[in-house]
Design a binder for this molecule. Structure first.
Ligand code: DLL
Length: 436
């Protein structure tokens, strides 16, 4: 395993110096967007911020936020700060509702992205002797190609497996001796499950590390994945609007995801008031890109919720750490007046012995009231050998959910293998409520 830093000077830069670097880079970014993107020119003029006379990071707060809707309304290329002749790659969101969000990259952006991923991988101990099975989807999604070039830059051997065809994934893992798997946490679980069915003994494989992200997952889920695949599981975070994966990633300490603060300025805000919150407070993550060329973003509201810590990590890195994102503001369910995030339910379920880590939250209405039920699979042994009273077991899980969340949630135990598995981002909520 490799040790140390990919770019020590930047990764361990004293915070004061880092803030100076951010200011210098932010000024350039503001001038760039002012001169090249109408949307930002109007925003800056409207907020009275003069990009040619920008003096303090505190003044960033005067600029209004940018939202996903702003990106959609400027579909496809109106937020690009460079002509298409300089854009070498396009990625986009799936766009199931309305226009997708489209992002572009210049040659320098692609190089930056690769470098950030190499930095992330190196910080988890991955090096040129590793064989990386990249099972994120290749295509418009940023996971596949994003991880790919960073892993190559690092000098590791990359297997561009992409998502799906799980039996083939397992054969590759065994025959080629993959040491690292990159995929969503839910797909990692599925690979483990299929592997068990096929009689794999993961403790005998060279696989040692998972670089997992693209969806929220709890520490309890991490323990499950680590035990089932016999690996260390590392959390990686990103979003296409900012660059893709590589915005932040855990180091081997697993004490929060280091934000690449020399390239992305991070703020945490109160999602209701938009007011900036200090480190240690939970809120919505907002990013401003500092070096991106094709589509710089100023104060982009991610809708993801987390907490920032700015003290130096035990690994020596000074860049702020985000706690594991608990979900998105729009994932929050309001049931009979109680706010609940799917990740809170996951946390409780994963702490119960004899349950499988496969669940679905089902919302419906009955007599004009919202109802919430959790379907969760019971382990094979318990279901078929009837060694426990399932009704009693359901009730005990409902009690645990109630004491953790303060909401009565019906639990419905399911036979093994009945809840749909995911090969990409898992769908945890099925909303059957009638929409007008
Ligand atoms: O999911 C980029 C990515 C690819 C990240 C591979 C990590 C690994 P999008 O498809 O644009 O980009 O989705 C971004 O996914 O705003 C979060 O809501 C969620 N998300 C991504 N990573 C994490 C994570 C990629 N580690 C959206 N934990 C983000 C929680 C995550 N949520």
């Amino acid at each position: 395993m490799a040790e140390g830093f990919w770019e020590k000077e930047y990764e361990t830069m004293p915070r004061e110096k880092l803030l100076d670097l951010q200011l210098e880079r932010l000024k350039k970014t503001l001038i760039n967007v002012y001169e090249n993107v109408k949307f930002y020119r109007e925003k800056l003029d409207g907020s009275g911020v003069d990009p040619y006379n920008f003096k303090s990071l505190d003044d960033l707060g005067k600029i209004p936020f940018t939202t996903k809707d702003n990106l959609r309304l400027n579909y496809p290329f109106k937020l690009f700060a460079k002509p298409l002749s300089e854009i070498v790659r396009i990625h986009s969101s799936s766009g199931t509702t309305g226009n997708p969000t489209v992002v572009g990259y210049t040659k320098n952006d692609i190089a930056l992205w690769g470098n950030l991923i190499a930095r992330n991988l190196y910080s988890t101990g991955v090096g040129e002797n590793d064989i990386i099975q990249n099972s994120y989807g290749y295509g418009l999604f940023t996971g596949g190609l994003g991880l790919h070039y960073g892993a190559e830059l690092l000098g590791a051997t990359v297997i561009p497996a992409s998502g799906g065809n799980t039996e083939r994934q397992l054969k590759i893992m065994k025959d080629y001796g993959s040491t690292v798997i990159c995929c969503t946490p839910s797909y990692a679980l599925y690979i483990a499950e299929v592997g068990n069915e096929l009689g794999f003994d993961f403790s005998k494989l060279p696989l040692k590390l998972g670089i997992l992200g693209a969806e929220p997952w709890t520490d309890e889920m991490r323990k499950e994945i680590e035990a089932r695949l016999q690996i260390d599981a590392i959390d990686i975070y990103g979003l296409s609007e900012i660059i893709g994966p590589g915005v932040s990633c855990e180091c081997i300490q697993k004490k929060g995801l280091h934000v690449a603060e020399d390239h992305f300025l991070v703020e945490i805000i109160d999602p209701r008031t938009g007011k900036k919150l200090p480190p240690g407070k939970r809120g919505e993550i907002v990013f401003t890109s500092l070096t991106k060329e094709a589509i710089p973003v100023i104060r982009y509201r991610t809708r993801d919720l987390s907490i920032l810590h700015t003290d130096t990590c035990d690994c020596g890195r000074t860049h702020a750490r985000m706690e594991k994102p608990m979900g998105r503001t729009d994932d929050m369910l309001i049931i009979r007046g109680v706010n609940v995030f799917p990740s809170q339910i996951e946390e409780v379920l994963m702490g119960v012995d004899d349950l499988e880590p496969h669940y679905l939250i089902v919302l419906d209405t009955k007599d004009y009231m919202d109802t919430i039920e959790v379907w969760v699979e019971v382990s094979e042994k318990n279901f078929y050998e009837e060694i426990m009273d399932l009704e009693f077991f359901e009730k005990s899980i409902e009690d645990r959910l109630y004491s953790a969340i303060g909401l009565r949630i019906n639990v419905s135990l399911k036979e093994p293998q009945t809840i749909a598995r995911s090969k990409g981002k898992a769908k945890r909520v099925l909303d059957k409520r009638k929409k007008d």
